[in-house]
Write a protein that binds this ligand. Sequence first.
Ligand code: C2E
Ligand code: CA
Ligand code: CA
Length: 475
Amino acid sequence: MENVVTNCLDDPDIAGIACTGRDVTARVEAQEELRRQALRDELTGLANRTLLSDRIDQALTRAARTGNSPVAVIFADLDQFKLINDSWGHAAGDRLLMQVARRLTEAARDADTVARFGGDEFVVVCEDTDQPSAQGVAEQLQKALADPFDLDGRRAYVRASMGIAVSPPHSAPDLLRFADAAMYAAKAGGPGRLQLFDMTLAEDAADRLTLGNDLRDALARDELALHFQPVVELATGVPVGLEAIARWSHPIRGQMSPQRFVEVAETGGLASALNRWALHRARRDAGLLRSLMPALPRIAVNISVRHLVDADLEADVLSAVSGDELAPHELVLEITESALMENADQTRELLERLRTRGIKTAIDDFGTGYSSLAHLNRLPVATLKIDRSFIRHITVDADSLAITASIIELARSMGLSTVAEGVETIEQLTLLQTLGCWAAQGFLWSPALAPEALAQLINRLPDRRFDVRLAETSG
Ligand code: C2E
Ligand code: CA
Ligand code: CA
């Protein structure tokens, strides 16, 4: 009830106190609903970000009052949610998120807060919980996701990568940031993992920051180099391609692993700067190589398209093939399978436009990501590069052999060529020839070399062909 009391003593007609009562249930309910909506995630009904930081703050305040019992934050991110969203549609994705929310809520303890942080990210806040118990809770949460989800009769298996941070720090943003960093580390180890935050992760983040700055300077000053590894046609021994691989000698740390600095570039907002550098350097080196050897094989440049699609990439690629050094049909872009599948829709159109200009694409590290065949079919790619991890064990491990054979078969049925990576032995070569693989690269023939050394190597070969006959006689 809302009561209004009006003093009408001075009013000669009334000469009294007037009370008016009104039933405002509907208005209060509407206000509460608005408040609830402001603090709740619309889709799942879980706490939203605002309520989440409130809850963490409250938990930290209570903890301080009761002698600092620890507060744990678990940051969970679904693995491959994008794939389900992209292949089965957003409605299916929404239903999955609702089911995940329900299972997480049931698996968490009554006192815990379960929140949706955004997209496919969930956070659970546990009061009075030390590291071992937080790990126990996280394991329960993962167990709750183990059974398949039913999305309109289709079964989906979903796992989550989880990061755990326990106070101190005594601030909500810091706890969330630490748990998020731990989650990223968990994800890097593969799907469905748990990772506790520790200071080495913070140091790693700081290290990444300085390395990122150094890399930015090095790219601007053109201090990296490209080395080239020949790709050899298995039927003829002809070098049909040269993969350009970046080399960076850090002024203090020395030779850096590309794995490390490419990752630094991708997480530090330098991916397009690295792409631009590699494309322009490839153009310049192509001019040099052309002057050193009679026939220039195709040049394959590794391209990072992690996360957001790079608005400059198209312009950078076209500019690399705009001069006399490198023709469009002489350039191949290598994009990793996981990056392609994460951005399938946006990337497809870009690659399609580049293909009409004569520029081809190869899927790098094929077999390690989670390609959906539907996507693969629609992507304008020419080549699948079979990941080194399969080739390494191909002669001893039946699974590796079966996977390699089926990738070659799949490629054949789709009219794509196959390149095997990391061939080191004649036995591997023989097997790949038997399977009908088109080409391969690896230390069996040559590591990546500076342009001059590479041209010298090829020019010295009889007939400018690599040796693949050994395999013919044994096969
Ligand atoms: P990747 O594209 O798979 O490149 C081939 C890697 O395999 C290179 O490692 C090469 O040295 C190695 N390799 C070649 N043959 C053999 C072999 O027979 N045995 C073994 N064990 N390894 C072999 P590297 O130089 O460490 O490069 C690692 C990754 O860094 C590359 O993997 C590529 O994804 C990335 N990368 C290199 N250069 C660039 C670049 O310019 N841009 C981008 N975005 N990524 C790059
Ligand atoms: Ca590559
Ligand atoms: Ca590769």
